[in-house]
Design a protein around this ligand. Structure first.
Ligand code: SF4
Ligand SMILES: [Zn+2]
Length: 365
């Protein structure tokens, strides 16, 4: 059995690298003093509603995607990065540029630092840049919550202690892409490159320093049917909550360029999840998981062919209900939603098999 899994893993790595092709060599030169992206949105901060700034620092990119392992099957974040590492000054200018977006905002504020990889990976963010950015955040008393993204292999007691010491008593969360609690799904469908025990260790280390973990859960990895994807996401959310994470962020797949998922989608061998599936996972999971764990979802490209979508006419109302749910954690926002396409979704859940999957069309209208 382990032989078969190993062979499947090799095939997956190979296909992921092929899907990426020469896209990385064709990356556009970006301005190294500006972040790859920054945006502000209302957000739930602990038990209050405030404003969150998200910043994606442009770095050399995720080590997992840069290396021979090819990266994850759905991710093209490497394309946001630069072919050379920005200098210390450039990285700090990127952060300043994003931080200035909060100039006119009042507390409570949250800041999410993404790098299209791992903030704690020193090949992306050198140690002195890391401490300077954390110190700058610590000086801004309006910021009550800090979310930092990292793969689990970079989560060490030393770094957790340093982060806690600099940020003081603020809420701190580590965003880690668990994706699925099922090792086979994470490895054979996603090519994530770490196992559940590595994630568990990170949660335990972080908790020692009163640092929470925001687990990212992927909805509908490739090679799963709609029903299997729905069940896998609910099970993963329950498992993550049992492991002691503080927040769940559920991410329905969006089709990113030069990925294996995009290749499958172009061949009509994959389609993103229905918005009904997103809603169903959130509703079931909210009922099963204790209220101390917030369950969030902000579906990227919702209603579009490359994102979670339904028939086209109900997509907008469902997407706004999902966003409202993320802020208030109240499943009653889903109660009045209805559309004729729900019957087709039920049909897919009940009858989809491998041949349906292969022949299904990517649009549902
Ligand atoms: S999903 Fe995260 S770990 Fe996977 S390749 Fe993208 S940035 Fe790297
Ligand atoms: Zn509909």
């Amino acid at each position: 059995m382990s032989d078969i899994i190993e062979r499947l893993e090799h095939i997956l790595v190979d296909s992921t690298i092929k899907a990426r092709g020469t896209s990385v060599a064709k990356r556009h030169r970006r301005n190294p003093t500006k972040p790859s992206a920054k945006w502000i949105a209302p957000a739930r901060i602990g038990n209050e509603v405030g404003v969150a700034l998200a910043v994606v620092l442009g770095t050399i990119g995720c080590s997992h995607a840069r290396g021979d392992s090819g990266g994850c099957t759905m991710c093209s974040y490497l394309l946001d990065g630069d072919e050379r590492s920005p200098t210390t000054d450039e990285l700090l200018q990127q952060f300043d540029d994003a931080h200035s977006e909060l100039a006119n905002e009042a507390a409570p504020l949250s800041i999410k630092i993404y790098t299209s990889g791992s903030f704690f990976d020193t090949t992306e963010i050198p140690a002195d840049v890391r401490t300077k950015i954390l110190t700058q955040i610590a000086k801004d008393e309006r910021i009550q919550e800090v979310v930092i993204e990292s793969r689990p292999e970079y989560v060490t007691p030393e770094l957790m202690r340093e982060t806690r010491d600099i940020l003081g008593s603020r809420g701190i969360e580590l965003g880690i892409g668990l994706e699925s609690s099922n090792d086979a799904v994470r490895s054979i469908c996603i090519n994530k490159g770490f196992n559940l025990s590595s994630f568990k260790d990170s949660v335990a280390i972080a908790r020692e320093y009163d640092i929470g973990v925001r687990a990212y859960v992927l909805l509908k990895p490739p090679f799963l049917t709609e029903r299997d994807a729905l069940l896998d996401a609910i099970k993963t959310i329950e498992d993550a909550a049992k492991l002691g994470v503080s927040t769940i962020s559920m991410n329905p797949i969006n089709i990113q360029k030069y990925t294996l998922v995009e290749r499958l989608w172009r061949k009509e061998q994959y389609s993103p999840p229905w918005l009904w599936t997103v809603l169903s996972v959130l509703r079931d999971a909210r009922e099963k998981v204790g209220r101390s764990v917030n369950i969030l979802c902000d579906p990227v490209a919702a209603g579009k062919a490359r994102g979670a979508h339904n028939c086209g006419s109900c997509d907008e109302s469902i997407t706004s209900a999902i966003r409202e749910f993320s802020i208030y954690q109240d499943i009653s926002v889903f109660d009045s939603l209805d559309c004729d396409c729900m019957r087709r979704w039920h049909h897919v859940l009940n009858h989809e098999d491998i041949s349906l999957l292969i022949h299904s069309r990517s649009r549902r209208s």
